[in-house]
Structures are given as structure tokens and as C-alpha cells.
Design a protein around this ligand. Structure first.
Ligand code: DAH
Length: 338
């Protein structure tokens, strides 16, 4: 067998390396790198194997040199293939695949305000346009603010322990309770501030009622109070009509029926008709002189009106909700509708 000159042998190795370089550079995924590995380092038919076989044919004087170059090529191939394997494992196949700007974005789930909160905000907004400022009062109350100052006498059935959430906590001899009405805030405001006053207070109240379609042991009220010299029942009726039509629409009708509340004189019950059905929304009236006296105001100098409506009632009316318990089940299929 004729000896192969060193130059020819080195040239073959250079071709092998150039081909390997090109194939590895083009390899975009693990399968392509594996094809290159088999092509060049394959134990049976790999090109390096073929070159190794040719090593014995190199002219004897150059064989040592040829062997050294052969080992270099083998090392280079091993490293180059390992590097290509790392590259395709770490990175996506192409830059375009890494950032596909045409993919729809990941939606950020956005919630929204609870329908009762929406109603509260809406009523506050309507009333603010009539000059009524929103104020808050505590939910844990004393009997002065929940009853006495509102002229609710000690024998009045509204004080029945079975109709209130009295607490184990007392202030002096006076057990505290979860407020049963937001009328408490009328007293708190009038104790601290002098007329003219226009306030609304929207918040939670508590009564130990069995939950049904129209009752819940916790619910919300909107309390309104206006105290200014010369206030009459006409101001009260106009204010409630404006609130009703702003919230429920121009088609709403409002009706006032004579009633009794200890803290207003005269007192009325407020009904609203919307979509063919009358619903009682709450009570109202002219602030009773006894209440003005209790907070140190002169009933001969100022007069005022007050009203208290059920927030769940007006929200249910507005949205056609038949069962107020739905507001508190926290079923998103229900809540999502608003
Ligand atoms: N506080 C009363 C209730 O819970 C509602 C009410 C009636 C409030 C008449 C008022 C009012 O301000 O004037 O039943």
C-alpha cells in the first residue's frame, strides 16, 4: 500500500474540521447536534474513525506528527459538540422564537368593586352634588348614640336584647352593641359640629335577623341629615326624589306614607316604584325637637330633616336582584354581572 503524504492527511483533517464547524453552526436543536455527533464522532462510521484508520497509511516518518494533529482534531470535535449541545439546551432555537411579538399577552385578571360598594359610592356621589358630605361612624356603639339621643325610650322594643347584638363589653353600666342603624351618625355629627349641616353616612348595621331573601344579620344603610334654619318637609321630599331619580332613573316614582319614628316628627315611610312594583326603601322625617335638644341645639332656631334607606334594597331594585343573600355569597358568577 502506498504511503499517504502528511500534507494530504492534514488536508483531509482540515476539511473534516471545516465541515464539522459548518454543521454545528447550523444545528438549531438537539437532534441536529446529535446528527453532527454521529457524523463526526460516530463509533462505527464517524469521519474521525475513518481518519484514524488512515493514520496507519501516513508515511512512517510523519506518522508521529500526524498522530498529534489527529488528537488535536479529536479534542476539538469533542469540545465543539459538547458546546453545541449546551447551546441548544439553554436557548430557544431562534431569536424569533424567543420573543414572539404576535402572541397575545397574558391577561391580568382584573376584579371590580362589589355591587354594594358600587352603590355606596354612587349614592355618595349623587349626594355630594347636593352638598352632602360623606362621614363615617363606629360600628361598635354605645346606647346613647344608638338609642337615647335618638329619643328611643328605655322601654322601646327596638332595644330588645333579642333584636340587637349586645356585646360582653360595657362602658360603665352601659353594654356596647353593634349599631342597629346608621342614625347614630346623626348624633355623632351634631355633637361635634354646628349647623348648617349636610351629611350622608353609608355603612354596616347589624340585627340578629334570620337570613332570607330580604333579611341578613348585617346590612347597609344610607343615612342623610340636613340641619339648617328654615328646613321643611318639602326639602326632604325633593332631596329623596332627586336621589331616587339619579340612582334608579327618571322613571322612578317616590311615595311618602305617614309613619312613626322616635327621632323624627312628622315621620314618613319612603316607597319607590320602578318597573311596576312599589318597594319600601326606608324612613325619613323632620328631626325631632327632642333629638336637637339632646345634642345641645335650639329646636326653635334650627330645623332639619333626616332619612335612612336600605342600601341592599336600592341596589337590589336597581339591578333586579331577588335575593339579597346573593350579595354575600361571593359567587363570582353573580358578582361579575355588575
Ligand atoms: N333608622 C331607621 C331604621 O333603621 C331608619 C330611619 C327612619 C332613619 C327615619 C332616619 C329617619 O334618619 O329619619 O329603621
Amino acid at each position: 500500500m502506498e504511503a499517504v503524504p502528511l500534507d494530504a492527511f492534514l488536508a483531509e483533517m482540515a476539511r473534516c474540521r471545516a465541515d464539522a464547524e459548518a454543521m454545528l453552526a447550523a444545528a438549531a436543536d438537539g437532534a441536529a447536534v446529535e446528527r453532527a455527533r454521529v457524523e463526526f464522532l460516530g463509533a462505527r462510521n464517524g469521519r474521525l474513525k475513518g481518519i484514524q484508520k488512515g493514520l496507519g497509511t501516513v508515511e512512517p516518518a510523519a506518522r508521529r506528527d500526524a498522530g498529534r494533529h489527529f488528537n488535536d482534531l479529536k479534542d476539538w470535535l469533542t469540545v465543539a459538540i459538547a458546546a453545541a449541545q449546551d447551546r441548544v439546551a439553554a436557548a430557544p432555537a431562534t431569536a424569533e422564537a424567543a420573543i414572539d411579538v404576535t402572541l397575545p399577552g397574558t391577561p391580568v385578571p382584573l376584579g371590580h368593586l362589589h355591587p354594594i360598594t358600587q352603590t355606596i359610592r354612587r349614592v355618595q356621589e349623587i349626594m355630594s352634588r347636593l352638598g352632602f358630605e360623606s362621614v363615617d361612624g363606629p360600628e361598635v356603639e354605645d346606647q346613647w348614640h344608638n338609642f337615647d339621643a335618638l329619643a328611643i325610650s328605655p322601654e322601646h322594643p327596638a332595644r330588645d336584647p333579642l333584636d340587637n347584638f349586645f356585646l360582653q363589653v360595657a362602658r360603665g353600666n352601659d353594654p356596647l352593641l353593634l349599631r342597629s342603624q346608621t342614625s347614630t351618625v346623626q348624633i355623632r355629627v351634631m355633637e361635634r359640629r354646628r349647623p348648617p349641616l349636610r351629611i350622608v353616612s353609608l355603612g354596616r348595621v347589624y340585627r340578629p335577623d334570620t337570613a332570607d331573601a330580604t333579611h341578613y344579620p348585617m346590612f347597609h344603610q344610607v343615612e342623610g341629615l340636613l340641619v339648617e334654619p328654615g328646613t321643611t318637609m318639602a326639602h326632604l321630599k325633593t332631596t329623596l326624589r332627586l336621589l331616587a331619580s339619579s340612582f334608579l332613573g327618571a322613571g322612578v316614582r317616590v311615595r311618602f306614607r305617614p309613619a312613626f319614628f322616635p327621632f323624627t316628627e312628622p315621620s314618613v315611610e319612603v316607597d319607590m316604584e320602578w318597573g311596576g312594583r312599589w318597594v319600601e326603601m326606608g324612613g325619613a322625617g323632620m328631626v325631632d325637637p327632642a333629638v336637637l335638644t339632646a345634642v345641645g341645639l335650639d329646636p326653635d332656631a334650627v330645623s332639619g330633616f333626616a332619612f335612612g334607606l336600605g342600601v341592599e334594597r336600592i341596589a337590589a331594585r336597581r339591578h333586579g336582584v331577588a335575593d339579597i343573600r346573593d350579595f354575600y355569597r361571593n359567587d363570582v358568577r353573580f358578582l361579575r354581572q355588575f
